[in-house]
Ligand binder design. Sequence first.
Ligand SMILES: [Zn+2]
Length: 401
Amino acid sequence: MDVNQYLDDPAAGPAPAGAGAAVEDDYLTITMLSAGLRQILRRRAFGVAGRNDDGLLPAAWRVGFSRLWWRFTAQDVSPLASDLELMALCQVPLVTWPVTLQLSEADLQNTLLLDGELSSFAEQGARLAHIDVEAEWVENRVHQALRAAASANGADDADVVCVYAFLRRYLIDHAVLTDRDVQALERRFGKTDSSGQTYVRRLVEVAYMARPAAGPHKLLLCPHCRNVLVNPVDRCGTAGCAGGPAEVVVVTPLAAIFEQHRATRRFVHDPGLVEARIIDALRVEELAQTVRVTAYPGVDALDVLVEFLVKDDSGKARLVETWGIDAKDQVSATLLGRGFTWPSSIDCQQRFLALPMHRAQQPGYAADLEAELDGRVTGVQVISEKRLIAKVKAHARRLTQ
Ligand SMILES: [Zn+2]
């Protein structure tokens, strides 16, 4: 979705002519408000004015405010008098707003702000808006550094995909590292850039924050997702994580510990957990003869490629079918549906959008997602991670019978 068009669109301010569906679209309004809120929070945090600062609130916020104004008027509710009133509304669930918004039941339960920060729902909306380039900066830099490290260290195209998959998985499995871990990575992937620095160290510097630490050091980790917990009684806040008593791990850094940036954790580590579970469930002994699993094929064009193989009479394995899997762990099904595309570069007979169980089990989630995909993305089946794994196993069994 390119919402930038609405910023320059005079229809976004006064009553829209001919923009019919667009002004009725409360998701677009929420997307705008979320993107605006993020810029406001950043300006506040850094105490700096935005680029081309004209002393006004961000354009996305103004567009969201004015779209909402029309919504209030259309429903005969007196419109909000000020930005502060709207800011206050952002802290309460959307379902309690004085105006009725056409959002899914589940999405209406969200707030846009939570304890002074963007909620995960608003974060998803803001990302979809593609307005705030800076916020995607860390995430994009992590992906760039991953690609650069893979292409420098891979011997050929197939090896580049392998190195990429290894490093991508490394970020999912390691929310925290010591300098000894980084040195081990450098020994394995030793290629350096023109300044003599290894590509993998660059990746670590982009994705993690270093802090000095020497000698034995206790870390508290969530036993499931391996995120760092601050104290032993903390519950793990990662979406869908079963949590459990913190695991104490003693590490012995030489001089530094590296912890993932918040952006790395939220946009690379946490959404990667479902991908990792699917890959691990398919790379098992019972499937080894019939299913070839490629993680992040096409250097992350997709999450998983599943190739079904059967042995011909001479005992040679022959490729008979290919399935593609993209796994997504996002708060709002509707916003996910809007931002979702299937990569054209990967050829496969069946395409799956896999949901982690904590999303798939949410009432209405899959239906809302399917409704949003309908007519926009064709031939993609929405499926839970468990059903997907069962389906792959059943298909492999059929092929070998
Ligand atoms: Zn956890």
